[in-house]
Design a protein around this ligand. Structure first.
Ligand code: PLP
Length: 370
């Protein structure tokens, strides 16, 4: 629409997420085997639910401090001290999910034309937010094994590069970066004086070894973690961000004029959640990961994903991912074509965050289609 009711020019820079299009398609399917979902199939742990209900009942329903409520901040302070060795010269902020942290960070950091390096395939929000806030997303191809090749990343750096985005364990590939890879990335960031945004929302879901963060290796890191995946609280909108104080202070000021604070009852429940052991859930997902690799490893040439709850699977030879996904959907299996997350349309994302029964049926159908 033109004239006074026209939208801002920046709206032309983004489009509806491809995932949304797949979900719209899913709405037309009868009882699909849905392997497209980016959230856990378990529910919020009982103790956390009870604490949220208690918090509401005792009247903990008002605004909290913009930077987050005391007990949750205390818990976060403990995490960044013990895991990263970060003390009082680092800041931290409770956010409305990692999405909230990403919005505030890019808004606080980017000037017109600033370049942000994003390994491809990527979580779609990175590219859209960078575009919206005037930055330039510079994607770096990580096919075929989704490792962050330091040479390829360094080759993408220009004098406009400001930020390097890392996401390990990764959506959509399930890749988990090794300590050696993180050291190489830290060296590049140091050499070129970049800020690293480390999206660690899947930190709990590492199947072949402990999770490693770049944060203790490189001080100019903005770490983002969430409760959505680890504690299945996707609807509660809770996350946190920690890093260089001046960046966190700027993000806090922006939060004051946007989200105001993260939901109060979710913050109360978050403290309880952080004390819980999610080991059994992770173990269940490790078994599902193994099932996916057993079923598709050889027939599809799937590289074993080390974390998150996704496999990024090559489409059968001679077909684009979009073509294969169309066939899968015609056979009642919902998966997402790789071009939603990437410049390439060669792979599809399968989420194994579903029941064992549905996963088994879905894998059978995909194999029969290959
Ligand atoms: N980062 C990644 C890599 C994700 O996959 C997601 C959700 O799918 C998010 C961030 C956003 O999570 P939140 O619910 O904490 O906003």
């Amino acid at each position: 629409m033109a004239g006074r009711f026209a939208l801002a020019d920046r709206m032309a820079l983004i489009d509806a997420s491809g995932i949304r299009k797949v979900f719209d398609l899913a709405a037309t399917m009868k009882d699909p085997i849905n392997l497209s979902i980016g959230q856990p199939d378990f529910d919020v742990p009982e103790e956390a639910k009870r604490e949220a209900i208690d918090a509401i009942a005792r009247g903990f329903n008002k605004y909290t401090q913009t930077q987050g409520d005391g007990p949750l901040r205390e818990a976060i302070r403990g995490i960044i001290a013990s895991e990263f060795g970060w003390g009082a010269d680092y800041g931290h902020l409770v956010t409305s999910g990692v999405s909230g942290a990403l919005v505030l960070a890019f808004l606080a950091l980017l000037n017109e034309g600033d370049e942000v390096i994003i390994p491809d395939p990527y979580f779609v929000m990175y590219r859209h937010l960078v575009n919206l806030y005037g930055g330039v997303p510079v994607t770096v191809d990580t096919y075929p094994d989704f490792r962050p090749d330091p040479a390829r990343i360094e080759a993408a750096i220009t004098d406009r590069t400001r930020v390097l985005v890392l996401n390990s364990p990764a959506n959509p590939t399930g890749a988990v970066y090794t300590q050696t890879e993180l050291e190489a990335l830290a060296a590049i960031a140091r050499k070129h004086d970049l800020l690293v945004i480390s999206d660690e929302i899947y930190d709990a879901f590492c199947y072949d070894g402990p999770f490693a963060s770049i944060a203790p290796l490189y001080p100019n890191t903005l770490v983002m973690r969430g409760f959505s995946k680890t504690y299945a609280m996707t609807g509660w909108r809770l996350g946190w961000c920690a890093g260089p104080k001046h960046v966190i202070e700027a993000m806090t000021m922006l939060q004051q004029y946007s989200f105001v604070c993260a939901p109060s009852m979710a913050q109360a429940a978050g403290v309880v959640a952080l004390s819980l052991d999610v080991g059994p859930y992770v173990e269940a997902y490790r078994r599902k990961r193994d099932r996916v690799v057993d079923a598709l490893g050889e027939s599809f040439g799937l590289i074993r994903p080390g974390g998150a709850f996704y496999a990024f699977v090559p489409a059968p030879q001679g077909q684009t991912a979009t073509e294969f996904v169309r066939k899968a959907i015609a056979n009642n299996v919902l998966i997402i074509p790789g071009n939603v997350f990437s410049a390439a349309d060669t792979h599809f994302r399968l989420s194994y965050a579903t029941s064992d029964d549905k996963l088994a049926r879905g894998l059978d159908i995909l194999r029969s289609l290959a």
